[in-house]
Ligand binder design. Structure first.
Ligand SMILES: [Zn+2]
Length: 340
C-alpha cells in the first residue's frame, strides 16, 4: 500500500509499505478514501518538540474510508460501508471509555498521526468499537471531517459550553475549519453569531455562512467591537482556539456568568489572566480536546441532514504537503481534504 510518512521536520515522503494484516477478532480493515487536515498535522509537520513519538510516522489525524474486510465477531458492518474511525488509541476498558467518553480515556496510547501512525495510507486495521458507520448520503470528503472538523466542535459547543438556542456566541477565526463548523452549528439552533476573520474576503464568506456580525481582527479590536455590538452586555459563549493573542480579549467579551470553551492555542500556549475578573464575573472556562464516539455520530447525522463541512480545497495524496502549507499560511476558508 501507499502511505505518507513523516521522516523529520517538513520531510514527508510517499512510500510503499506492506499491507496491514487481515483484521483479527473485533477488528475491521478500512480502505482510506479521504484525510482531512488539521493544525495537529501542521504541528507534527513542523516536528513539534514535545510530542513523544518515533519517526518515521504515518501522517493523518482524521479520515473516512470504506470497510474492506471484517474480523471475527464484528457485527453491524458490511463490506463497502462508509466509515469514520476514531482518532485516538483508547483502551476501551476504563470507566471513561465504557461510558463513551473516549477522549477522557485513562490509558490512552496516543493520537493517530501525531503520537502513533496515522491515517494517510491506503489500508488500516482498527478495532470495530472505534469505527462509526456513516449514513450512505455522506461523501468521503465530508465524512473525513467528522472526527475532528465537526466532532471537536460538537463536543465544545454542546457537551462543554452547553450552547442553547437563542444565545449569543463569539466564534474566533471564522474562516478556519472548526470556525466554519461552529458558525454553522450555532446558526442551526438560532444563535446570534459574532465572528472574527483576518481579511474582508473571509468576512464575506463568513457572512454567507450565516454569521450575523463579522469583525476583521486586523483592523478592529475584536473585544471592543463585541462590547459595542452587544451594548456592553457581552456574549453568552466564546469559542476559543487562538490562544495567547486573544485570551484576555475573549474574556472581556463574555457576559457575567458567560462560558469560554477552548480547544487550541495556535498563537501561543502561555498567557496571564486576571483572577479577580474570573471569579467576580463568574466565568466558566472549559478546556476541550477531541470528542466522544457519540459526537462523531452526531456530526455525521448533521452532514446527512444537509449541514456539509466547508471544504476549502481538495488535494491528491501526492500533494499533501501543499495542503499543509496552505493551512499553515492561513490562506484557507474551511477544511483542506486530501483524497486517496
Ligand atoms: Zn480507556
Amino acid at each position: 500500500m501507499r502511505a505518507l510518512r513523516l521522516h523529520g521536520d517538513r520531510d514527508l515522503r510517499l512510500e510503499t509499505l506492506p499491507d496491514p494484516e487481515m483484521p483479527g477478532p473485533g477488528e475491521v480493515r478500512i480502505r482510506v478514501r479521504a484525510v482531512a487536515l488539521n493544525f495537529l498535522d501542521v504541528w507534527g509537520f513542523r516536528g513539534m518538540a514535545f510530542a513523544k513519538r518515533k519517526l518515521p510516522q504515518v501522517a493523518g489525524v482524521e479520515c473516512s474510508g470504506e470497510i474492506e474486510a471484517i474480523g471475527a465477531g464484528v457485527e453491524g458492518f458490511a463490506i463497502g460501508d462508509v466509515v469514520v474511525p476514531y482518532g485516538a488509541e483508547t483502551c476501551g476498558e476504563c470507566r471513561a471509555c465504557r461510558e463513551g467518553r473516549d477522549n477522557l480515556c485513562e490509558n490512552v496510547a496516543g493520537i493517530l498521526g501525531f503520537h502513533v501512525d496515522g491515517f494517510a495510507r491506503e489500508l488500516i486495521v482498527r478495532p470495530a468499537r472505534l469505527v462509526v458507520k456513516a449514513p450512505a448520503s455522506v461523501s468521503f470528503e465530508d465524512a473525513a471531517c467528522a472526527a475532528i472538523g465537526f466532532g471537536t466542535v460538537q463536543h465544545m459547543l454542546f457537551d462543554n459550553a452547553k450552547l442553547e438556542p437563542g444565545e449569543s456566541i463569539l466564534v474566533h477565526a471564522g474562516g478556519s475549519g472548526i470556525g466554519t463548523a461552529a458558525i454553522k452549528m450555532a446558526k442551526a439552533i438560532g444563535c446570534t453569531v459574532y465572528t472574527t476573520v483576518g481579511d474582508d474576503e473571509k468576512g464575506e464568506k463568513a457572512r454567507a455562512l450565516g454569521a450575523d456580525h463579522v469583525i476583521n481582527y486586523r483592523t478592529e479590536r475584536f473585544e471592543g467591537e463585541v462590547r459595542r455590538l452587544t451594548k456592553r452586555k457581552g456574549v453568552d459563549v466564546v469559542f476559543e482556539h487562538v490562544g495567547a493573542d486573544t485570551w484576555n480579549g475573549s474574556l472581556l467579551c463574555l457576559k457575567r456568568g458567560g462560558r469560554l470553551v477552548t480547544c487550541g492555542s495556535t498563537s501561543g500556549v502561555s498567557t496571564t489572566m486576571n483572577l479577580m475578573q474570573l471569579f467576580q464575573q463568574q466565568y466558566r472556562i472549559f478546556g476541550s480536546f477531541g470528542c466522544s464516539m457519540a459526537n462523531i455520530r452526531q456530526s455525521l447525522e448533521k452532514m446527512a441532514g444537509g449541514m456539509s463541512p466547508v471544504i476549502d480545497s481538495v488535494f491528491p495524496m501526492e500533494r499533501f504537503a501543499e495542503g499543509l502549507e496552505r493551512l499553515e499560511g492561513r490562506r484557507v476558508f474551511g477544511k483542506v481534504v486530501v483524497t486517496l
